[in-house]
Design a protein around this ligand. Structure first.
Ligand code: SF4
Length: 291
């Protein structure tokens, strides 16, 4: 295994010089702003998150501001970020922060992970990025960087294994601030240099330490990786239906939803899903609205 200290030093120096200027990384970003960004960045690229993030924080600069509005306002403001259940979960997290923590995002991992919609990654990321605490932060970018540089394979396994967590823990600097910097630095390296499809090894600060490169880039031989197809899926249908409701301040008649997605069975299935999930509320027999 390449020298972990050298790997960390290189990544930290590279990050100092090349980190993208993102609002949730500003020293002035509040823990709430970091939490909001982490909810939005799950499964959505930075460029699409930025405008929604800005609007969201200007409307609801504190958890109490979001907790005070109906869930439908959160779903509407979520816009086209996708996976809109995240809007409901963020609203529920804001409510829990008000009820359990007097409106302040708690710094401890244990309190964070107890919030609705917050899993291991988000709890570790917020504790680390907002509060400078020492945690293993394992997102897809960090996992890919560690898999390539240290384990010598192109991609990590589908789910985090015990061995992978052990390895990531062994790489974590002891000093909390440095650990937090390593977390965000290795994540950034995976996001902009060691990308999934075509890594930019010629500009990589750890190219000479990279085990996958040294081994001659052996091809990935694990289970098939999940595709990104979207067209015609239930997810696209639900997004289309929610989009119609978002555009309207009034309840929308069923016929407008039929026009938005002609395939009747799929439309009904997706509408039922949205209603069950609390993202859409029926209004009378034939109309629907945001909750
Ligand atoms: S050398 Fe290439 S594969 Fe290895 S860490 Fe750098 S970008 Fe990734």
């Amino acid at each position: 295994m390449s020298d972990p200290a050298e790997l960390r030093t290189r990544v930290l120096e590279w990050y100092d010089e090349h980190a993208r200027d993102l609002p949730w990384r500003e020293p002035s970003a509040s823990p709430w702003a970091v939490l909001v960004s982490e909810f939005m960045l799950q499964q959505t690229p930075v460029a699409r998150v930025l405008p929604v993030y800005e609007q969201w924080l200007s409307a609801w600069p504190r958890p109490a501001d979001l907790a005070a509005v109906p869930t439908g306002a959160a779903v509407r403001a979520w816009g086209r970020l996708g996976y809109p259940r995240r809007a409901l979960r963020l609203h529920a997290a804001a409510t829990a922060i008000v009820e359990r923590h007097a409106g302040e995002v708690p710094p401890a991992y244990e309190d964070l992970i107890a919030l609705p919609g917050v899993g291991d990654y988000t709890a570790a990321a917020v504790a680390s990025f907002a509060f400078g605490r020492r945690h293993v932060v394992l997102d897809t970018n960090v996992r890919r960087v560690v898999a390539r540089t240290v384990s010598g394979v192109e991609f990590p396994s589908a789910a985090v294994t015990r061995a992978e967590r052990y390895l990531a823990t062994s790489l974590l600097p002891d000093e909390p601030r440095e650990a937090a910097a390593w977390a965000v630095g290795s994540m950034e390296l995976g996001a902009v240099v060691c990308v999934a499809a075509a890594p930019r090894c010629s500009t990589c600060p750890v190219a000479d330490l990279c085990a996958w490169r040294a081994a001659g880039y052996p091809a990935y031989d694990g289970p098939a990786r999940r595709g990104q197809s979207y067209d015609g899926t239930d997810r696209q249908c639900r997004g289309r239906l929610l989009g119609v409701l978002r555009e309207s301040a009034e309840p929308v008649h069923r016929s407008s939803l039929e026009a938005a997605w002609p395939a009747a069975d799929q439309r009904q299935r997706c509408l039922d899903w949205l209603v069950t999930d609390g993202l859409v509320a029926p209004v009378g027999e034939d109309a629907f609205a945001l909750p």
